[in-house]
Design a protein. Structure first.
Length: 184
C-alpha cells in the first residue's frame, strides 16, 4: 500500500531549505572536525616556531589540507543543486555516511612517532590524496553529494577518466593517514 504525501510536504522536500536541513548533520560533523583541528594546528605551529623539527613540520601541511577539505565540503553543501533523484532506503545512506566520514575519527587518536622516511612517505601520500579529494570535490561543485543522490552528471575533469576520483583520493589519504596515528 502506498501512502500519498501532502502536496505541501512534497514541495518543501524539493526546496533548498530542506536540502540544507537534511545536510545539517554533515555540515555540523565537518564543522566539528574544523573546530577540533584548527586549534591543534595553531598549537603545533606555535611549538614548531619555538623549536623546529622536520617531522612535526611535515605533519602540519596534511592537517591544513584536511581543514581545507572540510571547509570545502561545508561550502558545497550550501551551494549544491537540488537532487533530481535519490536512492531508496536507509542502508545506502548509512553506508555513504560511514564511508565518507569515518576518517575524521583519526583526529581523536593520538599521533605516533614515526621515522623520518615513514613520515615523509605518509606526508606525500596524504597530501596527494587530500589534494586530489579537494580537486575532485571542487570539480563536482554544485553536484557534490555524500548520499546516493543524482544532482547533475559530471563527465569532465577527473570524472572524464575515473568514475569516482573523489573516492580514490579519499581512500589514498585515509590509508596513508593510518601511518601517522595510533591504531587500536
Amino acid at each position: 500500500m502506498t501512502v500519498a504525501r501532502a502536496p505541501l510536504m512534497t514541495g518543501f522536500q524539493r526546496s533548498k531549505l530542506y536540502d540544507v536541513a537534511a545536510a545539517s548533520p554533515l555540515i555540523l560533523w565537518c564543522g566539528l572536525g574544523i573546530w577540533r583541528l584548527a586549534p591543534k594546528i595553531a598549537h603545533e605551529c606555535a611549538a614548531l616556531g619555538a623549536r623546529f623539527s622536520a617531522a612535526p613540520a611535515l605533519g602540519i601541511l596534511p592537517q591544513v589540507a584536511t581543514l581545507a577539505f572540510l571547509g570545502l565540503q561545508i561550502a558545497l553543501f550550501l551551494i549544491r543543486h537540488l537532487p533530481e533523484a535519490k536512492a531508496d532506503g536507509f542502508r545506502p545512506r548509512l553506508a555513504a555516511l560511514i564511508g565518507s566520514n569515518l576518517q575524521i575519527v583519526f583526529l581523536a587518536l593520538p599521533r605516533v612517532s614515526a621515522s623520518l622516511p615513514v613520515t615523509v612517505i605518509s606526508f606525500a601520500l596524504v597530501i596527494v590524496g587530500t589534494s586530489g579529494a579537494i580537486y575532485a570535490a571542487a570539480w563536482l561543485g554544485r553536484s557534490f553529494s555524500i548520499f546516493p543522490q543524482a544532482r547533475r552528471l559530471v563527465l569532465s575533469g577527473p570524472y572524464r577518466y575515473l568514475r569516482h576520483p573523489l573516492y580514490l583520493a579519499e581512500m589514498t589519504a585515509t590509508a596513508d593517514a593510518m601511518l601517522q596515528f595510533a591504531m587500536p
